[in-house]
Ligand binder design. Structure first.
Ligand SMILES: Nc1ncnc2c1ncn2[C@@H]1O[C@H](COP(=O)(O)OP(=O)(O)OP(=O)(O)O)[C@@H](O)[C@H]1O
Length: 414
């Protein structure tokens, strides 16, 4: 076990946001404690008699398709989203695309996002292919003039010139996907979200799509795609997120994540514990105290020292130096302040480490607070993982009608 020493005795108490590697400018998608609940009507009454007997009973059961998803995606990353059928991949993509609202949590996207989600999403079957190109591209933020300029290229990419004036409802599923993909890649997106729709296209079109994705990747755009092809994830992705029953069980290198999923799906023998054990960096726990070696404390007074200790597990393949942001968040996840490691991060080898953030004098503050930790590769700024801990600490400042007590004067002018 090693102890990551923050710079100087006082600890890494940073000021200002996003100053170092891994700062805000590299983040294009940020999902915080995202959950999505559906109402499941599995036991819905099917006959009039049943409906009568069940009258007044629950209308449906809550079903969590996503639970507490924390993910930070950096600019230029190609991320695969994998998991068994029904694990929540499409739901997550729709929430990130803004098509579904999360039941709780928040999603922030920086830049233009183009999505190619399930068949049927985005196109109006009663309109022609031509009208749908205009409709779709304008929804993605293009002006009519821009669409006029791109129109031929979109139609050529889709290879649908002979069908472009037919109603989309008469398209085959492959033709539909061709047009959708052609529009999505022509709107100059910063972020491209692609569901497992490529499988619908024929082999030639799949090759064309994959070449386009590779081109986007080379241009440093961000791509998030759902696929059941674990080989494709290994070939194309920098990172894989694995979902299981709505929870993210892995976020890390493709070779490791796909191995985990193959074990889960039974196509590889399991050789030991799975899940987070495989993640290269896992924020494991957080603790609060008045001194780095002091006992755990949960209640503080203003003016006292607060030490936030973040325990991290690093596996093989973890970045050579890791950079941490620790956000102290209040009610409704409002960030109160942020602390970060010194520029260059900490060099930590495989094993368990503790990073202490020491706040020498707590401000006059009132309430209960939690900690959210982002870890990124200090060399590249690429986000590695994020975790929001449930543990709380309290600060019993004077109640001044708000979170903070500040000095002020009330004066009448004139
Ligand atoms: N609108 C909805 N209402 C109720 N349940 C839903 C809805 N959409 C999805 N679900 C359920 O949420 C769960 C996750 O679905 P989702 O489509 O995200 O899974 P997936 O991982 O993409 O699956 P697949 O690999 O089969 O495409 C499933 O159990 C699904 O039945």
């Amino acid at each position: 076990m090693g102890v990551g020493e923050p710079g100087g005795a006082g600890g890494a108490v940073g000021a200002g946001a996003g100053g170092g590697p891994g700062g805000e400018s590299t983040v294009v998608i940020q999902a915080s404690t995202v959950s999505k609940r559906f109402v499941s009507y599995r036991n819905r009454a099917t006959s009039l008699k049943e409906r009568f007997v069940r009258r007044g009973g629950p209308a449906g059961e809550d079903f969590w398709a996503l639970r507490d998803i924390e993910v930070t995606i950096g600019r230029g990353q190609t991320v695969g989203l994998a998991g068994a059928n029904g694990s929540g991949k499409s739901t997550l993509l729709k929430v990130l695309a803004g098509i579904l609202r999360p039941s709780s949590g928040s999603v922030t996207v920086h830049g233009r996002i183009a999505s190619l989600l399930e068949l049927g999403a985005g196109f109006n079957g009663e309109l022609s292919g031509r009208d749908n190109v205009y409709l779709n591209a304008s929804l993605l933020g293009l002006s009519r003039r821009e669409i006029d300029r791109l129109f031929d290229s979109i139609v050529d990419f889709a290879e649908l010139r002979h069908k472009i004036d037919d109603d989309v409802k008469h398209y085959s599923s492959g033709q539909y996907v061709r047009l959708g993909f052609a529009v999505a890649v022509h709107v100059d997106p910063d972020v491209l979200l692609v569901d497992e729709v490529l499988a619908v296209g024929d082999e030639a079109f799949q090759r064309k799509c994959l070449a386009k994705i590779a081109e986007f990747r080379a241009q440093g755009r961000t791509i998030l795609f759902v696929t059941h092809s674990l080989d494709l994830i290994e070939q194309m992705c920098d990172r894989v997120l694995v979902l299981e029953s709505g929870e993210m069980i892995f976020d890390g290198p493709p070779a490791v994540g796909t191995k985990l999923l193959r074990q889960k799906l039974g196509s590889l023998p399991s050789d030991g514990p799975v899940d987070w054990q495989y993640a290269t960096v896992r924020p494991r726990s957080v603790g609060f105290s008045r001194h780095p070696d002091g006992p755990t404390t949960v209640q503080f007074d203003p003016g006292e020292q607060l030490v936030v200790s973040v325990e991290l597990d690093l596996g093989e393949g973890a970045p050579e130096a890791v950079y941490l942001h620790a956000y102290i968040v209040g009610q409704d996840e409002i960030p109160i302040w942020m602390m970060e490691t010194p520029p260059g991060g900490f060099r930590l080898g495989p094993g368990r480490h503790v990073v202490d953030f020491a706040v020498p004098h707590l401000p006059e503050l009132l309430g209960a607070f939690a900690v959210k930790v982002h870890v990124s590769d200090a060399a590249t700024g690429v986000p590695v993982t994020t975790r929001r801990f449930d543990e709380l600490f309290g600060v019993s400042g004077t109640h001044a009608g708000g979170l903070l007590k500040v000095d002020y004067e009330a004066r009448l002018r004139g």
